[in-house]
Design a protein around this ligand. Structure first.
Ligand code: NI
Length: 165
């Protein structure tokens, strides 16, 4: 869990940049790429990732984060721009509405007490989880991937280095 607001802000800002870069690589044609037939598509996962930030409003934070997200937009650029906007709103809300003491307070979620600092960590890991799903689908859809944690296959090839297996 996070115990200091500043630690969250620094880490979230770095993580959100990685996520935004991945979303920037989406194309309209790729959004229909399915996990398996009849299940979530790349566009739905991306849109879920964006809209899931709404969860933080149930912890008392007030910011403009729409809920829902079942129907993904047709525009890949819109998904990326909405992510940047809502992610920025979240950081701003945490920074201005909470302090380090708030992170040790808890809220009942599904009949369990969740510490706010733990919820921030959960939200960050949830984002990484769906980002990982997306990069596999993006590869299957034939897209080039940006660096995530270190160079991707494309980046190695570009540099003329044999990619790691
Ligand atoms: Ni999820």
């Amino acid at each position: 869990m996070f115990t200091r607001i500043e630690d969250f802000v620094v880490e979230w800002t770095r993580e959100a940049e990685i996520t935004a870069n991945v979303l920037d690589a989406l194309t309209e044609d790729s959004l229909g790429q399915e996990v398996i037939e009849g299940r979530r598509t790349l566009g739905q996962i991306a849109w879920h990732l964006v809209h899931s930030l709404h969860f933080m409003t149930s912890l008392g934070l007030v910011f403009d984060a729409p809920s829902g997200g079942e129907v993904a937009p047709a525009s890949a650029a819109f998904i990326a721009s909405e992510y940047r906007r809502i992610s920025g709103e979240l950081v701003n809300a945490v920074r201005t509405q909470w302090n380090d003491a708030t992170l040790h307070e808890s809220v009942i979620i599904h009949q369990e007490a969740w510490l706010n600092g733990g919820s921030l960590r959960f939200t960050m890991m949830h984002q990484a989880h769906h980002r990982g799903q997306m990069t596999v689908l993006m590869r299957q859809a034939g897209l080039q991937l940006p660096d995530v944690y270190g160079p991707t296959y494309d980046h190695w090839i570009e540099k003329g280095i044999a990619p790691l297996v």
